[in-house]
Write a protein that binds this ligand. Structure first.
Ligand code: IPM
Ligand code: MN
Length: 375
């Protein structure tokens, strides 16, 4: 008997519910059209609304409940907006964003994959036409590093206050992340229709990002681990950039990058930049995964946040969430062939839709629904 796969939908805050409404409709249509063995369940948490009613962003057993799902799609978390409403219910970032970091950490989703591929028709902010070839995958460490949340404030609020924010980098987390980056580089090269060329006639590359000139302890750990693992992948070209130089090169020659592997914070910053290379935050998807354990539900979400400045105004591009949904379906594809077909169909639908400039959240959803219904 075919197993029914369970997908949890977490709309969240701000533009989250708007983009999720579109994603849920498209997903329901894909389920019926491709007869997917998939069951959807939407949750009103984590969210500011839930906090306003219950005094917490999500129930204490929320993460455990989500463990029973096969995948999770999240809209956005943070300031619910609208930003010009001073009466709105706002929480500090440390409260409102904690569930996102908790989900990543408690579910042990240690790799965050953020593909950046420019699709024809998407806004192009760079003048050089080679920027149309940008096709990279940034793999961000998702469990520790600068996001370890250790430290504190001594003599808070006084002129002699001391704040510490401790960064933790472990050999185990470094090794698994870098190995995963090499694996993904190999897979991408094998799946590409026309090969890309890197140094030494290789078809794949991994670029390591550090700030080892100023932060040598973890920088050297990453560098040494990278060099050791690279020896197991002689078919993959290797490269290193300091994070500041990487920012420059993402703008100057982004088409040169393939897989980019970075720490939690460096990966966070670089993926906002990579999003803009591909047309903006409304077109940038992401996946939080545990590549070592497929029983753990992966969490898919657009790279953007709750965008309180445009919340409730039908101005959020839902395509980043739809691209994240396509990644979710890709991820579940090995469990059922129809899911792979639906994922491909959704990828094609979104690519086809790029010729339309963004014209409203609902309008984008309606246009995609119509195309889906038309076959
Ligand atoms: C992201 C976001 C989060 C992060 C914030 C909301 C904590 O910027 O997913 O990129 O920094 O990871
Ligand atoms: Mn970010």
């Amino acid at each position: 008997m075919t197993e029914t796969l369970k997908i949890a939908l977490l709309p969240g805050d701000g533009i989250g519910p708007e983009v999720m409404t579109v994603a849920a409709e498209i997903l329901a249509e894909l389920v019926s059209r491709f007869q997917l063995p998939v069951e959807l369940q939407s949750f009103p948490w984590p969210s500011h609304d839930w906090h306003q009613q219950h005094g917490e962003m999500m129930p204490a057993d929320g993460v455990d409940l989500l463990r029973g799902f096969d995948a999770i799609l999240l809209g956005a978390l943070g300031d619910p907006g609208p930003i010009d409403d001073p009466q709105r219910y706002v929480l500090s970032d440390s409260i409102s964003l904690a569930p996102l970091l908790a989900l990543r950490k408690e579910l042990n989703l240690w790799a965050c994959e953020r593909p950046a591929r420019w699709l024809p028709g998407a806004p192009q902010y760079l003048a050089d036409s080679r920027a149309n070839d940008v096709d990279m995958l940034v793999i961000r460490e998702n469990s520790e590093g600068e996001y370890s949340n250790q430290g504190g404030r001594l003599r808070a609020g006084t002129p002699s206050e001391v704040a510490t924010q401790v960064e933790v980098f472990t050999a185990g987390a470094t090794e698994r992340l870098i190995r995963h980056a090499f694996e993904r580089a190999r897979q991408r090269a094998a799946q590409r229709h026309s090969p890309r060329q890197f140094k030494g006639d290789k078809h794949a590359q991994v670029c390591l990002i550090t700030k080892r000139n100023a932060q040598p302890f973890w920088g050297d750990l990453y560098t040494e681990t990278f060099a050791r693992i690279a020896r197991e992948y002689p078919d993959v070209d290797t490269h290193h950039e300091l994070v500041d130089a990487a920012c420059m090169k993402f703008v100057q020659c982004p088409w040169r990058f393939d897989v980019v592997v970075a720490s939690n914070l460096h990966g966070d910053i670089l993926t906002d930049l990579a999003a803009v290379l591909c047309g903006g935050p409304g077109l940038a998807p992401s996946a939080n995964l545990n590549p070592a354990d497929e029983r753990i539900p992966a969490l898919f979400e657009p790279v953007h946040g709750s965008a309180p400045d445009i919340a409730g105004r039908n101005m959020a591009d839902p395509r980043a969430t739809l691209m994240s949904l396509a990644m979710l379906l890709d991820h579940l594809a090995p469990k059922h062939p129809a899911i792979g077909n639906a994922a491909q169909h959704l990828h094609d639908l979104i690519a086809e839709d790029m010729k339309h400039a963004f014209s409203g959240t609902r309008e984008t959803g309606q246009r995609l629904s119509q195309r889906l219904a038309a076959g």
